[in-house]
Design a protein around this ligand. Structure first.
Ligand SMILES: [Zn+2]
Length: 166
């Protein structure tokens, strides 16, 4: 699944979620920005694969850039092993900014393929270290629910159906 960086998040939804922003949804058929990312940010992204996980699915998305047939394996600094490609990472909004959502493969894209996410995303990832109680799955449920309620309300008032996202 490809989404441009900083587009509105709408994965598996009939509309986008306001204030929720896509980062790192790369595919082989779209160019992406390449550059250096600090080691601190790379390590934090690898930790986030465990701590910021949401919307786990059953299947695995294979890295299209690797031309591999098996899911990507991430070995963390502490030696834990994990398969990537079946969950999202959600990073909270601090100071009124947006919530960022990336596929967990972003940890691999950055380290192995030289992907450079937008600066504002890296800043959010590092700032999010202080938000230890923030629950990504709960945040997703809340925001999806709010968007559906809003959508039902506007249809009842005779408003137009929101455009399909994605
Ligand atoms: Zn790859």
């Amino acid at each position: 699944m490809h989404y441009p960086d900083l587009s509105e998040y709408s994965y598996n939804l009939p509309f986008g979620l306001p204030g929720v922003i896509n980062v790192g949804w790369l595919s082989r058929s779209h160019e992406f920005s390449v550059g250096s990312v600090s080691q601190e940010a790379i390590l934090e992204l690898e930790k986030s694969v465990v701590s910021r996980r949401a919307n786990q699915t059953r299947g695995f998305h294979i890295c299209e850039l690797c031309d591999a047939v098996k899911p990507v394996r991430l070995i963390s600094a502490s030696g834990d092993e994990r398969l990537l490609g079946s969950a999202e990472l959600w990073f909270p909004s601090l100071g009124g900014g947006p919530v960022y959502v990336a596929p967990d493969l972003i940890a691999h894209y950055v380290r192995v393929h030289g992907y450079a996410p937008p600066d504002e995303f890296i800043a959010a990832v590092l700032a999010a270290r202080t938000a230890t109680k923030w629950n990504p799955d709960e945040e997703r449920r809340m925001r999806v629910h709010a968007a559906f309620v809003h959508s039902a309300d506007s249809m009842q008032r005779g408003g137009k159906t929101p455009p399909l996202g994605g």
